[in-house]
Design a protein around this ligand. Structure first.
Ligand code: UGA
Length: 432
């Protein structure tokens, strides 16, 4: 099929590449000249495992093309995907929809024959209706149909999530359009992906409620971890014991510092605004947001406690600073609260991050990027495991730190407390 993807961010690039890999002819459009040039030179602007090779494979097979020419891309496609960002507005909990509406207005200039316009950007309920109204002002309603098709791709696992989705959600009441969309996704459906169809507003809400529910699950287990720490119970046992109940499920019950990223924080806020707009108090999600915010401070306090509340001149190594492993994304990472607070209190911080140095810390006092684990950890008082990269899972702490009084704070529970204590290491983790 001939498709076009507008917006070459995480979602747009992964979606475009994976559709091309299924044999479709895909135009990728972005108004960022540098990004388009970079991709046309065979380099990719984001870190996503496996994406590099897949982009190049499909680019050379001429199934994947990058351009700034929206007219050409729209003209050459039957299905147009909107995949632009919807970041939170500054000083507001609402998402900024200007890019979505700009794209809708722009494409309407170039539609001369029937096109399916698929919105993949995460947008509040009724946005599909608004896109339809906007385009209807420029062209006849017979020339287009707006469908909602939310994405459920995790950064770091995006290719796998595209290829083996738990479900594909399509929001439209138009049977002919649905048939065409189903045939686009047919290779995935044949491999076992479940298809779920509903109306457009329903699909829009499924996206937000899924992220809000997952964020709730994560916050729930994180709060239980606090209880476990005070009651001598291992939270890992609680998570396993709960997760075995199929009504609950084991996934997204891994404890951690506080959820972050570009999606959970933004989407939990947005769904509460949506609730307020429809005069519905989503009090559970509101308390999840508060709980998660508190957690960043709570864990920073715990770091101070581990250092006997004497942070000044203490040497701390952070392993991983992004919001989770397998991504270079710093958005809403809990390290953005922890590192500046500790630096202000006089700590001397090294950090190692597999995806490289981060601008966010470049102006902080005594915060140094190290390009390997050994340098970061040498002679430090405390090692903090902040994300769960594989390379953090089998470290010989004694050898690497050369400090007999070393303390370790494992925020992802990668190590066994029993084994660590047996080695004589002063080991702290989450909820156990
Ligand atoms: C999330 C959703 O999982 C995707 O389905 C969705 O498509 C995406 O948002 C989006 O809306 O675009 P992502 O933000 O990439 O994906 O990351 P997740 O793997 O969901 O993790 C989010 C946060 O929760 C991270 O900080 C992670 O460390 C934390 N988390 C996740 C836990 O602390 N414990 C868990 O068990 C799972």
């Amino acid at each position: 099929m001939k498709i076009c993807i507008i917006g070459i961010g995480y979602v747009g690039l992964v979606t475009a590449t994976c559709f091309a890999d299924l044999g479709n002819s895909v135009w990728c459009v972005d108004n960022d000249q540098d990004k388009v040039d970079l991709l046309n030179r065979g380099q990719i602007p984001i870190y996503e495992p496996g994406l590099d090779e897949l982009v190049n494979k499909n680019y050379f097979a001429k199934r994947l093309k990058f351009t700034m020419n929206l007219n050409l891309a729209v003209k050459s496609s039957d299905i147009i995907f909107i995949c632009v960002g919807t970041p939170s507005l500054k000083k507001s909990r609402s998402p900024d929809l200007q890019f979505v509406f700009e794209v809708a207005t722009e494409i309407s200039k170039y539609i001369k024959k029937f096109k399916i316009i698929v919105n993949k950007s995460t947008v509040p309920v009724t946005t599909g209706d608004k896109i339809e109204q906007l385009i209807s002002k420029k062209i006849k309603k017979e020339l287009f149909e707006v469908v909602s098709n939310p994405e459920f791709l995790r950064e770091g696992d995006a290719i796998r999530d595209f290829r083996f989705p738990d479900r594909i959600v399509l929001g439209t009441n138009n049977k002919k359009v649905l048939k065409k969309m189903v045939s686009l996704y047919d290779p995935l459906i044949k491999k076992g992906a479940k298809l779920f169809t509903t109306n457009r507003r329903g699909a829009e809400l499924i996206k937000y409620s899924s992220n809000a529910f997952l964020a709730t699950k994560v916050s729930f287990i994180n709060e239980l971890a606090n209880l476990c720490e005070n009651s001598d119970i291992d939270v890992e046992d609680v998570a396993l014991g709960m997760g075995l109940d199929q009504r609950i499920g084991a996934r997204f019950l891994r404890v951690g510092p506080a959820y972050g990223g570009s999606c959970f924080p933004k989407d939990t806020k947005a769904i509460t605004v949506m609730g307020d707009q429809f005069r519905t108090n989503l009090s559970i999600v509101k308390s999840v947001i508060k709980s998660n915010e508190k957690r960043k401070k709570l864990l920073t306090k715990k770091i101070e406690k581990i250092l006997s509340n004497k942070v000044k001149n203490k040497k701390i190594a952070f392993l991983g600073v992004t919001f989770k492993a397998n991504t270079d994304d710093m958005r809403e990472s809990s390290s953005l609260t922890m590192i500046p607070t500790l630096s202000k209190k006089g700590a001397i911080i090294n950090y190692y991050e597999p995806t490289g140095e981060k601008n966010e810390f470049s102006r902080l006092n005594n915060v140094t990027f190290c390009d390997n684990i050994s340098t970061a950890c040498l002679k430090v008082d405390l090692i903090i495991i902040h994300t769960e990269w594989n390379e953090f899972k089998a470290i010989d702490f004694k050898k690497i730190s050369k400090n007999k009084k070393l303390k370790i704070y494992d925020m992802r529970n990668l190590y066994s407390p029993h084994k660590m204590n047996k080695q004589g290491l002063s080991y702290y983790s989450i909820g156990r």
